[in-house]
Write a protein of this length. Structure first.
Length: 497
């Protein structure tokens, strides 16, 4: 193994050996710290240069400057960074000499009193230092320079693919990435607080399912050995959540992972985070107002995160509403509902849609809408009243049974939410399931089949309800102006190296 190490890694192993030979533990069990870097800095009063509080801080060394009998370093932790000041006459010859065995990237613990340097920077005058974890592989830190009084950092880890594969290193060297995922956590917390405040109950439903449904997508399949049966990773939470409404849980939600065996691009990852919530006795009109209020609430939470919040757009309600069929007809220059399948294939091919010969009529209509309408929407906009072929789980539109009471929310060309006045007629639902089964048998790998257990639940009496699905990843991308879904997911799906 040693032969495969480069000279920098070999040098670090040699320093590790020297620490071990000196009886210095290189990988600690714990460290009793009293302050984070940010909290320690905040305790130093303005205008005071010496005699600050005694603190114990732990974190990673990210800079080092030696000057004979003194040395300066910077330490970072989850809160920020703080400067360290080492003096030989305070640490003693033996301890100070061991600093030569420390490297950028090492995790250390220090204790000492706070002071300010001549430049006014809050600094720990180090009294003790402990190695907590020796870094055996150098992190790809960049270089900093001052340009016109502004600190400019040049990344040492610029390859996006390597950053996705080694997210741990990406987080360690890029504070802005840590801030971004902190903002994502705030978004999820804000979703929970909003729905909890409206008396929704958070629940958990199966990820492994004997039948997949609730969306149009190709599933991942697996096999359960003990039961000797195929199972599918869920493509949506919907059908189980609506079973719970039948059972008397009038308002339910789940934030969880869904899985769709589809391509990977700037807006698609096979594993993604989905919010779904259902409210008994509501319809899609009421759910539009709930979605508007939810987005305003979470936008404020993300806006409050430093270094991220400046990108969050100001959301003005109510959001505009456009109808699916008239908007596509206007873009297409003809009545899409009157087109036969071959005409739809030709029109889709003209818009650059690939593999049109394999697509069902609903899929062709969806692709045309995506190319001609969806991609052009910039500000948050509700698209309402979808054709029944595209919405197997939505109620027919009152006054026009060719359409359904469904809306999707789009912004910057991305789908953010999908919602229905949920279908609660089990006879109508069976007919739609059977139509989906015909499409699946004809080769449409994204169509679902007939879920007899779900139909049985509906036959007990399913209350009218409104339901909403929101992709957390895409919502976060929109609020933070993130262009690639891999930048919004800590560990995106990648090919093996």
């Amino acid at each position: 193994m040693t032969d495969e190490l480069n000279f920098v890694q070999k040098a670090r192993r040699e320093k590790l050996d020297a620490l071990v030979d000196a009886g210095v533990p290189a990988f600690a069990y714990s460290y009793d710290r009293t302050h984070s870097a940010l909290a320690a800095t905040a305790t130093m009063p303005e205008g005071q240069d010496e005699g600050g509080a005694s603190v114990r801080v732990a974190g990673r060394l990210v800079a080092w400057r030696g000057h004979g009998k003194t040395a300066f370093a910077h330490l970072t932790d989850g809160s920020g960074r703080i400067q360290l000041y080492f003096r030989k006459d305070e640490l003693g010859d033996e301890t100070f000499s061991r600093l030569d065995l420390f490297d950028i990237g090492d995790v250390v613990g220090v204790s000492g009193t706070l002071m300010r340097t001549r430049t006014g920077e809050v600094t720990i005058r180090v009294a003790t230092v402990e190695m907590l974890a020796k870094s055996l592989r150098p992190l790809p830190y960049g270089k900093e320079e001052i340009v016109d009084g502004v600190t400019v950092r040049h990344s040492g880890f610029a390859d996006p693919e390597q950053r996705y594969r080694q997210r741990y290193a990406d987080l360690a060297v890029h504070s802005e990435v840590r801030a971004l995922f902190s903002a994502r956590s705030k978004l999820v917390s804000a979703v929970r607080s909003f729905l909890d405040g409206r008396e929704f109950l958070e629940v958990e439903t199966p990820i492994l399912q004997p039948l997949y449904g609730g969306a149009t997508a190709r599933p991942f399949t697996t096999h359960h050995n003990a039961l000797d049966m195929p199972l599918f990773l869920r493509i949506a939470d919907e059908l189980y959540l609506k079973r719970l409404v039948v059972g008397g849980l009038d308002r339910v939600y789940e934030i969880g992972h869904d899985f769709r065996n589809e391509g990977i691009d700037r807006t698609h990852n096979p594993e993604f985070t989905m919010l779904e919530f259902y409210q008994a006795f509501a319809d899609y009109r009421e759910m539009m107002t709930v979605v508007e209020a939810l987005l305003v609430h979470v936008a404020e939470a993300v806006r409050a995160v430093p270094a991220v919040g400046d990108a969050v757009p100001v959301l003005k309600t109510p959001f505009p509403r456009i109808e699916w069929v008239p908007s596509l007809n206007a873009a297409l220059g003809r009545d899409v509902m009157a087109c036969d399948d071959e005409t739809l294939r030709r029109l889709a091919q003209e818009q650059g849609v690939e593999k049109v010969k394999l697509m069902s009529r609903p899929k062709l209509m969806d692709e045309l809408f995506g190319a001609l309408v969806e991609s052009k929407i910039v500000e948050p906009t509700f698209v309402v009243d979808y054709p029944v072929e595209l919405s197997p789980l939505a109620k027919p539109k009152r006054g026009d049974p060719a359409l359904t009471e469904r809306f999707e929310l789009f912004a910057r060309g991305k789908e953010l939410a999908n919602a229905f006045s949920e279908l609660n007629d089990p006879i109508d639902q069976r007919q739609r399931f059977e139509a989906q089964a015909v499409l699946r048998d004809a080769g449409d790998l994204e169509a679902s089949g007939v879920d007899e257990d779900y139909l049985r639940a509906m036959e007990y009496g399913m209350p009218p309800m409104g339901g909403v699905g929101i992709g957390i990843d895409r919502l976060f991308m929109y609020l933070t102006n993130t262009q690639n879904i891999r930048d919004a997911i800590l560990f995106p799906t990648m090919r093996p190296e």
